[in-house]
Design a protein around this ligand. Structure first.
Ligand SMILES: [Zn+2]
Length: 862
């Protein structure tokens, strides 16, 4: 009692300073739902509210004198946080969809969220009996056959629930619910009888609320339930590795079981039974049969059922992959996290008209909890058994056991559908490498449609459902709130969060989202469902849930939290991220001792940092989150990354900054020389010796690797012959210079200058052409300039040497484009060549001898 009194004082203090006084709102974040009730509170860090007082805190903040909160779920997660879920009661009657989460760490409350209803009902005594209410509910549903009327179905339920007294016959529960038949904005909460009604024709599990005063139907929806685990199985089986030729995913390894000399699509996987059964074009699961095979090859020629039942292999493999994903990535043990068996029914056909159905289902509710797969309609679509559809239906099961977002035509239903599409994308990405991750059902449609929904581009025009909204209440938002349509605001948020993107949404808001990758996004999405959302959550709640989930995993002020927030802004829910983001300040270039520090560090977190690669710098810590880096003493240069790791034992994130390290001004590496396009082995006369060019036949290429330079330039700073030209290209990492000598005895010096952010340096390269082989190559070409003819005089030794080797000197004439104009073989010391038909300009004379080539520029001028 004393504790409570003390708490009251503290909370009342909070109420007066935090919740009602905007001036000090930075001590806590408070958000309100459509009804004006508190939907989220972040408790100020200094607060000392204990988790054991959670109920009293909720009562104080939310409840009137007739309200009560009862704990219904407790989760202690791997982040060291605890989460208590409370259900609202009013005068002892449960209030539907009014649930609150209280979150804490180290025994102290950190935040709470959910939906609470303000109720004013005088008497909670029903005016009509349960029987009368049920009669009205059945009249509303008007099914041909109910499941409790069919003995086969009843025995199925008794067998599979393990309870010999169980029955589909509905039992009424008095609850307080929203009157959804009431027009207008104002919410009316009334006393009602609630029934779960299982019908066989048509096959459905529906929740019906009957006004306990008037007997009117005030609310109805399909597929929802309370938690009950299905247990037990009395089938002997032996897992057997098998091969399946699937309809959509090729040949795959699956597991079947050996049974009575054959094999069935059943297995036990990580303690979970995965069973795929044949409904034989009916909707009576009491009559479902096994798919069977005489061997373990479920392939063409080996399995008699391949033509009729191939899609069952996709379903069985899909169930295996989906279960593996949840176990491996999220450590979730099947749909309910308690090993509930995974039951899939193939060839589902509703009885009402006997034709195949273009749909697949999660049949939720305490009396069901299995998946139903229709056979489609000859390509429009084909059987709805692809991996993403399996993952989507399984996702509805996950939802039923976590947030339990109520299905139906409202935002809550849209969130439910959106999460299923998110899991479909995640599991396609995780299990395969060749599927269209962001398109739902891309494999089951042919004939022009590309799937059902496009998460990347919801407004895509060629999906079977048509165009969907990418902005909350924007274009293509379904006014009556059909959930599949409006689901794409959530699934597109997830796409942007994981992949990033920029653009302008239907609110004319331009956005940029830095994607965090699909794996991180998936952890956030699962935590939203598991820890924050409730059965009445809407888009505004999803935003709060996502931000808080990201803060739990990746800390406040992290890039992940910013991406989550900005992605919601991109889809029109809430504002862009405006808080402080953790950021590394400091120069991008490290020339000398440089300091870096991390800003906007969340309180209570620990910081460490490192540099990779570590050999470029020497590093030391300054005070707090300061890192001091100095280029390593020996020459080093290159890209590096500073990584700060921020965490508090619960959350953890990494903040990175790319830097460039230069040890002062730049340097060239080991320059090399070569001849373009030639091979020194093939031509023994071609070489460069100590920058002496011995042969004139080919241009010289000088390659200069530039280490750590951003800008490079080449210039010729000396030439003995202005006819020597060079051409080349430079870049950040290397410089290539080409030039050619015309004659022996020429010299040239090139200067390569290099500049980076730390300074400028240069290197000179000198070359000289020289006859390395001892032949005196004396020659004359005259007159030059010429007009009518030229004389070429060659050294006698040159001719002699050539002739003695049975080779002659070859003289060629080229125009500036390299076209050969004349070729002549001589062994005389003097030759005259007629040039009277050449136009004015430059030409090239090549004197080709045994050891190489002499080039001479010739000018014709008249
Ligand atoms: Zn769905």
């Amino acid at each position: 009692m004393r504790t409570i009194t003390k708490l009251l004082v503290v909370v009342l203090f909070c109420l007066s300073t935090t919740f009602s006084n905007a001036q000090v709102r930075d001590t806590a974040d408070v958000q309100y739902d459509r009804s004006g009730n508190i939907s989220f509170v972040r408790v100020k860090a200094q607060s000392n509210q204990k988790m054991e007082n959670a109920k009293a805190l909720l009562a104080l903040l939310l409840a009137g004198e007739h309200d009560d909160f009862k704990p219904v779920k407790e989760i202690n997660d791997k982040f060291g946080m605890s989460h208590l879920k409370f259900q609202q009661y009013y005068k002892g009657i449960k209030v539907e969809n009014s649930e609150y989460w209280v979150h804490g760490k180290n025994g102290k409350i950190t935040k709470f969220n959910g939906h609470f209803r303000t109720i004013d009902i005088g008497s909670v005594q029903p005016q009509i009996t349960e029987d009368a209410a049920l009669s009205n509910a059945l009249g509303f549903i008007d099914a041909e056959i109910y499941k409790w009327e069919d003995e086969g179905m009843q025995s199925f339920l008794r067998e599979h629930s393990g309870d010999p007294t169980s029955s589909y016959y509905p039992e009424g529960e008095l609850v307080i619910t929203k009157n959804e038949m009431k027009e207008g904005k104002e919410e009316e909460m009334i006393l009602a009888w609630k029934f779960l009604i299982s019908s066989m024709v048509p096959n459905d599990e529906q929740v019906i609320f009957v006004d306990a005063g008037s007997g009117d139907i005030v609310r109805a929806y399909s597929l929802t339930c309370e938690i009950r685990l299905e247990t037990g199985r009395n089938i002997e089986e032996v897992n057997t590795p098998s091969l399946a030729e699937t309809m959509y995913s090729g040949n795959l390894s699956i597991t079947s079981d050996s049974f009575a000399g054959g094999f069935r699509l059943r297995e036990e996987r990580d303690g979970v039974d995965i069973i795929t059964l044949n409904l034989n074009n009916s909707d009576n699961i009491g009559t479902a049969a096994d798919f069977s095979n005489t061997g373990t090859n479920w392939t063409s020629g080996n399995w008699a059922g391949i033509n009729q039942d191939q899609q069952a292999l996709d379903v069985h493999w899909g169930a295996e992959m989906v279960a593996d994903y949840w176990q491996t990535v999220h450590q979730r043990n099947s749909i309910d996290d308690s090993g509930i068996r995974i039951l899939s029914y193939v060839h589902y056909t509703p009885n009402f008209d006997g034709s195949p159905i273009n749909n697949a289902f999660w049949q939720g509710g305490i009396n069901a909890r299995y998946m139903l797969y229709g056979d489609g309609d000859s390509g429009q679509p084909n059987p709805l058994t692809s991996l993403d559809i399996c993952a989507h239906e399984f996702g509805h099961g996950i939802n039923e056991f976590t947030a339990n977002l109520t299905p139906g035509w409202h935002e809550t239903g849209a969130l439910n559908e959106g999460f299923s599409d998110i899991w479909a994308a995640c599991i396609e990405d995780w299990a395969t490498s060749n599927k269209a991750t962001w398109i739902m059902g891309e494999e089951v449609f042919s004939g022009g449609f590309n799937g059902l929904r496009n998460l990347q581009n919801p407004k895509s025009t060629n999906t079977a459902e048509g165009q969907h909204p990418d902005t909350y209440q924007g274009d293509y938002w379904h006014a009556q709130e059909e959930p599949h349509f409006n689901s794409t605001v959530l699934s597109h948020w997830f796409y942007l969060l994981s992949q990033g993107g920029s653009g302008t949404n239907d609110n004319n808001d331009s956005y940029t989202v830095d994607g965090i990758g699909l794996e991180k996004a998936a952890l956030i999405a699962y935590r939203m469902e598991l820890i924050y959302l409730t059965s009445s959550s809407e888009y505004a709640d999803a935003r709060i849930a996502a931000i808080n989930a990201a803060e739990d995993i990746y800390c406040e002020n992290s890039p992940e939290v910013r991406a989550v927030t900005d992605a919601w802004y991109a889809v029109g829910v809430g504002g862009a991220f405006s808080g402080g983001i953790m950021n590394i300040s400091g120069e991008d270039i490290v020339c000398s001792n440089t300091s870096f520090s991390l800003s906007n560090i969340p309180s209570g977190t620990n910081i460490s940092w490192s540099v990779s690669p570590s050999n470029l710098v020497t590093s030391s810590s300054g005070s707090g989150a300061t890192a001091n880096l100095t280029p390593a003493a020996s020459y080093s240069s290159g890209q590096a990354t500073i990584t700060y790791t921020v965490g508090n034992g619960t959350c953890e994130t990494e903040i990175q900054k790319a830097i460039y390290v230069h040890a002062g001004s730049p340097d060239e590496g080991n320059a090399t020389y070569s001849y373009n396009g030639s091979n020194q082995t093939a031509n023994p006369y071609i070489s460069v010796i100590n920058n002496i060019v011995c042969d004139l036949l080919y241009p010289v290429t000088l390659d200069v690797p530039l280490l750590g330079s951003e800008i490079s330039n080449v210039s010729m700073i000396y030439t003995s012959d202005p006819n020597i030209t060079y051409w080349g290209s430079g870049g950040a990492e290397s410089m290539s210079i080409n030039f050619e000598f015309w004659e022996y005895g020429q010299e040239v010096i090139f200067r390569v200058s290099m500049q980076n952010d730390c300074g400028t340096s240069y290197q000179d390269y000198a070359f000289r052409s020289e006859d390395c082989y001892g032949t005196a190559l004396n020659y004359k070409v005259y007159p030059n300039p010429a007009s009518e003819s030229i004389n070429i005089e060659l050294d006698q030794d040159l001719i002699k040497q050539s002739v003695s080797d049975k080779e002659k000197v070859n003289i060629k004439l080229f125009d500036p484009s390299g076209t050969e104009l004349m070729s002549k073989t001589v062994n005389e010391s003097r030759t005259t060549i007629d040039v009277s038909n050449l136009g004015n300009g430059f030409y090239y004379v090549h004197i080709i001898h045994k050891n190489g080539i002499i080039r001479k520029k010739l000018r014709i001028e008249r």
